[in-house]
Design a binder for this molecule. Structure first.
Ligand SMILES: Nc1nc2c(ncn2[C@@H]2O[C@H](COP(=O)(O)OP(=O)(O)OP(=O)(O)O)[C@@H](O)[C@H]2O)c(=O)[nH]1
Ligand SMILES: [Mg+2]
Length: 236
């Protein structure tokens, strides 16, 4: 099987991550897992550190203080490039992204450069989000499609599989956004370069354990990013 890395950024995920790693063990896939932890006060990083002694496929990058999802992924991408991985996944620790879909992603990535787990093809497949959050996400996507012209139904999706060769062509040091903006920015840059992008339908479930890191700052950042992409072509 191609060398594949699942990157999971974590901030206070002790209620989810132990179960998530067990779940990943049951997929029967040969996957390496990289946790990028930002000094979680609940001890997630220390727990992973202890686990690496037992789990050969588990890797850990510990950073000091919460630095945002985007920069955690960029750190993970660099790790994937340096260590010769062919495919890399972005996945949340909180079970919103169901590992059940991993085999499907891996089938589709064979003929693509980016596979996106989409909540918005074949209707709206989000379970347990309050209506306000669903509307925010849905209209953020309508706006993102309009602003960028990308034919992608779920531009803010965070469950994705990349071909590392495609990621390598990006200047990762230029990626600045950290929240939903990060998700849009990467799709946009790969789409602009003409890479093959495929969306597959997934059911997205709201987290049932741990705490949310959603904030007004993340939303504002995404709004300004889209203005930048639309009027300055993403080179800024
Ligand atoms: N390393 C790192 N991980 C983060 C940071 N912010 C969020 N995460 C992790 O990124 C993943 C997605 O974050 P979530 O908090 O689930 O964000 P969300 O899905 O938009 O919102 P909720 O599910 O409502 O919390 C989770 O695994 C988080 O633990 C961060 O600043 N640094
Ligand atoms: Mg979540």
């Amino acid at each position: 099987m191609a060398k594949t890395l699942v990157i999971i950024p974590t901030y206070n995920e002790m209620d989810n991550l132990p179960r998530m790693l067990d779940r990943l063990d049951t997929t029967g896939l040969e996957l390496d897992v990289l946790i990028v932890d930002d000094g979680s006060p609940d001890g997630t990083g220390q727990w992973v550190k202890d686990q690496t002694a037992k789990r050969k496929n588990l890797h850990l990058i510990q950073r000091e203080g919460k630095q945002g999802l985007g920069s955690a992924y960029v750190r993970g991408f660099r790790y994937a490039i340096e260590n010769g991985y062919e495919f890399v996944f972005e996945m949340d620790a909180d079970f919103s992204h169901d590992p059940e879909y991993l085999p499907q992603f891996l089938r589709e990535i064979e003929a693509n450069d980016l596979v996106i787990g989409s909540r918005y093809i074949n209707g709206v497949n989000v379970v347990n989000w309050p209506m306000s959050r669903l509307l925010l996400s849905y209209f953020a996507n309508v706006y993102a499609r309009w602003a960028t012209g990308m034919p992608i139904q779920d531009a803010t999706a965070g469950f994705k599989c990349y071909r590392v060769a495609a990621l390598k062509t990006l200047d990762l040091s230029k990626i600045r956004s950290s929240g939903y903006g990060f998700q849009i920015e990467l799709k946009y840059k790969l789409w602009k370069k003409g890479f093959r992008i495929k969306e597959i339908p997934i059911i997205f479930r709201d987290r049932t354990a741990g705490t949310s890191k959603m904030s007004g700052g993340i939303i504002k950042e995404a709004l300004f990013l889209l203005i930048r992409l639309r009027f300055f072509g993403g080179s800024a």
